[in-house]
Write a protein that binds this ligand. Sequence first.
Ligand code: MTE
Length: 312
Amino acid sequence: MLIKRLRGWEIPEHLVTPESVFLDRRALLGGSAGLAAAAMLGGRALAETGPYPAPRNDAYALDRPLTPEKFSGDYNNFYEFGTSKTVLPAADALKTSPWTIKVDGLVEKPFDIGVEDLVRKVGLEERLYRHRCVEAWSMSVPWTGFPLAKLVALAKPASGAKYVQLTTFLDRKMAPGQRTFYPWPYVEGLTMEEAGNDLAFIATGIYGKPLPNQFGAPIRLALPWKYGFKSIKSIVKVSFVAERPKTFWEALGPSEYGFWANVNPAVPHPRWSQASERVLGTDTRVPTLIYNGYGEQVAGLYKDLQGERLFA
Ligand code: MTE
């Protein structure tokens, strides 16, 4: 979903859905190095969002193998650190501690909370989720985190709050990608009903340890029934608002990337099919499922929204 300033918002097709150029790079935090190693990397402090590994919630199982970290950890979209999939080295510049999240907007009382305090309040669990990028690749990973609904409950939103708007950090010095023309900071949003769905998950870890930087450390969203761009990384602000947020990708290419972005194999992207997906770490394609296989849990959210562009 690379967008370069060509003519208007034209997107060069050859830069979309790149084929498997996997570098078998050693994982940033391999094996069970655990929190001690994770908390200090190359002399830099990382947010201690432990303890890891957290107990697995078996209600969120998968019918396909987990994607090994050597593939998912070196094939990332994190435009703050460049448009290449190999952002791992550049994302090393992300300073994740201290990390404070601002909760504001239509809430009983706005507050700031450190990510460690937040985790202490809400607890952690592990879930196995699918992830389907709009570029037609997918992975299956064990996230560690907590339901977004727990953060909503802490925030005590007012009745006028209709949407949750999430914002990534803005630091042009730290993140070279933010020196480009894109509409920084990265913003995403979902309705209060979506945020209250049990599948909406805030992740602080993956593969049984804190998030390595390139995955969006120290805290990100995981919305498995939506295209991956909805799963915003490195969140610094959670705002409760009355109006539908204008999201990063919607601002860049409204005809290609909408607010809802629910996975649907029957609705092609304007420039490519969404019928199947390439599973990271393999050369095979598998059929894509409506709502990425989570229809039973989420289809009801959209029953009264049939006039909306739910699948773009
Ligand atoms: N969040 C921010 N802040 N910046 C980004 O570039 N990319 C999105 C999403 N969240 C992105 C982001 C896209 S397009 C995808 S597919 C997923 O993150 C990729 O997550 P992963 O790198 O952990 O696989």
